[in-house]
Design a protein around this ligand. Structure first.
Ligand SMILES: Cc1cc2nc3c(=O)[nH]c(=O)nc-3n(C[C@H](O)[C@H](O)[C@H](O)COP(=O)(O)O)c2cc1C
Length: 649
């Protein structure tokens, strides 16, 4: 078969091991870690999902090599804890049985040990160890590792690598980036030692070299070792790309794959895990620069989800391997779709950070566009239904499309009626905002996926009770979505006012002096977009906070973008009237003032479309309602509820 992406699909040999293509699954923390730090069955299923999807390798993270000096509640692997080795063996096996190479990330957080520990009492009892004495940003004391402890940790890397090999892993990844212990030794910012591990670059690299020697001794020649490093720490005082190149040169003969990531978790989260505000592939330049100076194969990653871009990266020699984390949550079958030329069916990652926010807040895993993530074992496998039914889905937004897709995959006869002339619902408007384009694409792709499984999509078809009764479905899933909420503010019907949902049709009406009314998530994002277009932007919000509806990972980056973009923010300003000169507001002190602007984009929220639910609630034996028409919420909620409504038919 003629492949569209021959470079991505081509096998590669690292050490003595053959990898079936160039698309590797980057490490992502597991969903359940048992009380004694072994891999739970849910996590095994979480990793297996990506192996099934066709990734050449799947890396299990993060195996803490030396629990004595690293108290984070992550995976431990030892011979004393019952179930420890066996859990890793089952996990490696689950990955390998799909033809993917199982790898495990060997890690130590160093001075950041315990940062992500959800048990705060336990955290209080921990000691943090780093290359040098110091105080962490959260005020906790960091103790300098003694030579004895360094020797123990170096040895522990080897011990854990040997156990991983015993468990059936065929590669190990040594985590030397993102601000964790090995990175702390490499960094002039963290490492102030005056012994053989500090000072010159050669000395700062010594710890990494000793770790890699210890791992090599444990696993033997030919067993691939991948080293993850940040090509540059990307903050003042950290090492830069030039030093990154030198570090790479000093370790390359000890490894089989150099994995070049970027920045640090603590000081550049939105760069290490590139946010939607950055271009795709924003960190590739680091791998490309380093690759020019080393012979060892190089991997790159960061915000990669477009097959053509990834193909070009390999074809042009910028890297030998591409790795993906979030893109493989959104669509674990991405690699399979690439090698079978079905790339138009790839559900793309939105870079919305739902995955990372859920982890931070509830220690669970979720993906906005993939309802199965984190719930792989909850009877989520899509099997043919015992009794085939006729299902009518009302509304072609993300929830309705997901419902139709899942129902059709279960073998039901599915009709989806959409009142507009295209599917996508509220996502259609996102096409006008470049950094949210994937949200628009989600609607398009879900539409194609529905077509691929035979959903009968009827556009320009509003559903009335009569139509529903004529269709005579066994089940109706109402996914009617929401409509803009318009408070009784004088002048909102004016010529200079554009509803955010209509912006993609009315772009030319937005002038160079624009006021965005409403500082929720949608308002903040469109304001950033206008500022990027060079417009003078004023953002008016009646509450004291901007975008409280954004998740904990996205929000800080959103607020920093607003600040960087020079947007004038008016919090605690209630709009009273819109006129040709701008928006008349009252402020906290109850003063009335005019915020000047020549056009006004209205982002005052949405409200549930209940009329359709009220009309259809008894038009079939089973009627379910999902997404915004129940309660205005997120794409995540709509997709998740749509999937489950279809599973329940
Ligand atoms: C949900 C999630 C969990 C992650 N957990 C880890 C981890 O345990 N260890 C690690 O080295 N990187 C971890 N990462 C970082 C990724 O491996 C990757 O470097 C980063 O997300 C950038 O790649 P991406 O843009 O393809 O997502 C995680 C990323 C995500 C999204």
């Amino acid at each position: 078969m003629e492949g569209k992406y021959p470079n991505l699909s081509k096998p590669i040999k690292l050490g003595n091991v053959y990898f079936k293509n160039r698309m590797f699954g980057a490490p992502m923390g597991g969903t359940d870690i048992t009380a004694d730090c072994t891999v739970g069955p849910m996590s095994t299923a979480f990793y297996e999902y990506r192996a099934k999807g066709g990734a050449a390798s799947v890396t299990v993270s993060e195996l803490v090599v030396h629990p004595k000096t690293e108290g984070s509640h992550m995976y431990h692997l030892d011979l004393h804890t019952p179930g420890s080795l066996s859990s890793f063996t089952y996990t490696a096996d689950a990955i390998r049985r799909h033809g993917a190479i199982a790898s495990v990330e060997l890690s130590h957080s160093g001075q950041y040990s315990g940062t992500y520990l959800t048990d705060k009492d336990k955290k209080e009892g921990l000691a943090q160890w780093g290359p040098s004495n110091g105080t962490r940003p959260d005020g906790r004391e960091v103790k300098e590792l003694t030579q004895d402890l360094i020797d123990e940790i170096v040895e522990a890397y080897g011990e854990k690598a040997a156990l991983a090999k015993k468990a059936g892993f065929e590669m190990v990844m040594v985590h030397g980036g993102h601000g964790w212990l090995i990175n702390q030794f490499l960094s002039p910012y963290f490492n102030k030692r005056t012994d053989k591990y500090g000072g010159s670059l050669e000395n700062r690299v010594r710890f990494a070299q000793e770790v890699l020697d210890s791992v090599r001794k444990a696993v033997g020649e030919g067993f691939p070792i991948e080293f993850r490093m940040s090509g540059s720490e990307l903050f003042d005082g950290g090492y830069d790309l030039n030093e990154g190149i030198e570090i790479a040169k000093l370790i390359e003969d000890k490894i089989d794959l150099l994995h070049v990531s970027a920045g640090t978790y603590q000081r550049g989260f939105g760069v290490t895990h590139p946010s939607m505000f950055l271009p795709h592939g924003s960190n590739v330049y680091l791998a490309e620069a380093i690759k020019k100076h080393v012979k060892v194969p190089v991997a790159t990653l960061g915000g990669l989800n477009d097959p053509q871009m990834m193909e070009d990266i390999i074809a042009s020699g910028k890297a030998d391997v591409v790795e993906m984390a979030r893109a493989l949550l959104a669509d674990p079958e991405l690699p399979k779709k690439v090698v079978t030329n079905k790339d138009d069916l790839i559900v793309r990652c939105l870079r919305c950070y739902t995955c990372m926010a859920e982890r931070a807040q509830t220690a669970t895993r979720r993906c906005t566009v993939n309802p199965i993530i984190g719930r792989e074992l909850n009877n989520m496998e899509i099997l043919p239904a015992a009794v085939k039914k006729k299902v009518l889905v009302v509304g072609g937004g993300p929830g309705g499309l997901q419902a139709a897709y899942t129902a059709a995959r279960r073998g039901h006869e599915v009709i989806l009626c959409e009142k507009n002339d295209e599917v996508g619902g509220i996502l259609i408007g996102e096409q006008a905002i470049p950094f949210k384009y994937e949200m628009y694409q989600l609607g398009v792709t879900l539409g194609k996926l529905c077509e691929s499984v035979g959903v009968d999509i009827r556009l320009n078809t509003p559903v009335t009770k009569e139509l529903a009764e004529t269709i005579n479905a066994d089940a109706i899933i109402v996914a009617a979505g929401s409509e803009p909420f318009l408070p009784p503010i004088k002048g909102l019907d004016g010529e200079n006012v554009i509803l955010i949902n209509n912006y993609h049709h009315e772009k030319e009406k937005v002038t160079d002096k624009v006021i965005v009314l409403g500082g929720g998530l949608a308002g903040c994002e469109v304001a950033i977009h206008f500022a990027r277009e060079g417009k003078q932007v004023k953002l008016v919000e009646m509450n004291s906070e901007l975008s409280p509806d954004a998740n904990v990972r996205h929000r800080p980056l959103l607020l920093s973008e607003i600040e960087k973009s020079g947007i004038e923010v008016y919090k605690n300003h209630k709009a009273l009237e819109v006129n040709a000169n701008g928006v008349v507001c009252s402020n906290k002190e109850n003063e009335t003032l005019l915020i000047e602007g020549t056009s006004v984009v209205c982002a005052l929220g949405q409200r549930a479309r209940r009329d359709i639910v009220d009309e259809l609630w008894n038009s079939a034996p089973i009627v379910s309602q999902i997404g915004d028409c129940v309660k205005v919420s997120t794409i995540t909620t709509a997709v998740y509820q749509g999937h489950h409504a279809a599973m329940d038919v």
